[in-house]
Design a protein around this ligand. Structure first.
Ligand code: SIN
Length: 334
């Protein structure tokens, strides 16, 4: 007979932002639904009966589809997470989030917060009411991770499909599968179910301070996707609307037609940093391989894909980092 523990269950703060995990559909087999339709309170009421080993404190931050994430919601979220990090009563933080931009929010928090207690982002690919809905399982897994002591000192994590990813690595790689997330260049860092959790290595960032200050606004930084035979007009258009930085989602190793590279070089000459990333998911974009970065004045995104390269460039510019060597060092670290 096992003795019943009197220890208080870990207290977790649940910050709701919307997404498909807060979506519902009237038809179990129909395809359409609206992301973010359910309030956090209603969403969490579905958890009754799951017997989760944690006390959940719910706090709605927003109720949106994550395509509408921007500085205001990020600012509110950042404040809540920071307060919870300082609150000794809170063991871990869960952020419910749309899957489309969860990797951007996770990475933004990673760059601007200390790597202390667990911060776990979680979403769903299927809304409540759809056959095979994944939201409640993902949420139960997120509770398991956020209340686990070994989740400390790893930076923000994303839990989806029984898998745990670090913010820096994770990318949405499929539009609708429930195992839609992959890690590049590093894969998952743990496997999780509601009753098991296996880490594939120890925490390496215990006690690490925030890398960058939280900014009062973000500069306009655009992603320009390269395609065969494109011309340079889109680059000029981005400069005309006052872009403060450009991320090239380039071909292969981060390449683009010569006229586009020349126009991007003009941007650099005008004080607008240009970061070369790739529209290909896997592999690094290194300096001076096919494109002469030294001559053009470009920064190579290394392991970051376009979406995260944009986040890092926004944070750097907002923090007054404009020296191209310093920007390159930040991308080398990722
Ligand atoms: C969203 O990102 O808000 C919609 C898609 C999803 O959550 O899976």
């Amino acid at each position: 007979m096992s003795a019943k523990s009197n220890a208080r269950p870990p207290r977790l703060l649940v910050l709701g932002t919307g997404g498909t995990i807060a979506g519902s559909t009237a038809s179990a087999t129909g395809g359409s639904y609206a992301a973010g339709g359910l309030s956090l309170e209603v969403m969490l009421s579905d958890l009754a009966g799951l017997d989760l080993a944690a006390e959940l404190i719910a706090k709605p931050v927003a109720q949106i589809g994550s395509q509408d994430m921007g500085w205001e919601v990020w600012d509110a979220l950042h404040k809540e997470v920071r307060m919870a990090q300082d609150d000794p009563e809170i063991a871990g933080i869960i952020v419910t989030h749309g899957t489309d931009t969860a990797e951007e929010t996770a990475y933004l928090l990673d760059l601007t917060l200390a790597a202390g207690k667990p911060i776990v982002l979680v979403g769903a690919m299927r809304p409540a009411g759809a056959v095979g809905a994944d939201g409640m399982r993902n949420f139960a897994n997120a509770v398991h991770v956020a209340s686990h002591p070994d989740a400390n000192g790893r930076g923000p994590l994303l839990v989806m499909g029984d898998t745990v990813f670090a913010a820096k690595d994770v990318r949405k790689a499929a539009t609708s599968n429930i195992d839609a997330f992959k890690g590049y260049p590093r894969g998952p860092i743990a496997r999780v179910t509601p009753s098991s959790l296996d880490w594939f290595g120890g925490a390496t960032r215990i006690g690490e301070a925030a890398r960058y200050a939280w900014p009062e606004a973000f500069p306009r930084v655009a992603i320009l996707t390269a395609g065969a035979g494109m011309d340079a007009e889109p680059v000029r258009a981005l400069l005309n609307i006052g872009c403060k930085g450009i991320v090239l989602a380039g071909l292969g190793q981060g390449n683009a037609p010569g006229s586009v590279l020349n126009a991007l070089n003009q941007a650099v000459e005008n004080g607008v940093p240009v970061v070369r990333s790739s529209r290909v998911d896997e592999g690094l974009v290194d300096r001076n391989v096919e494109v002469d970065d030294n001559a053009y004045g470009f920064v190579a995104a290394r392991a970051l894909g376009p979406a995260k390269a944009r986040i890092l460039l926004m944070v750097l510019i907002a923090n007054g980092v404009t020296d191209l060597n310093e920007i390159q060092s930040a991308f080398d670290r990722g």
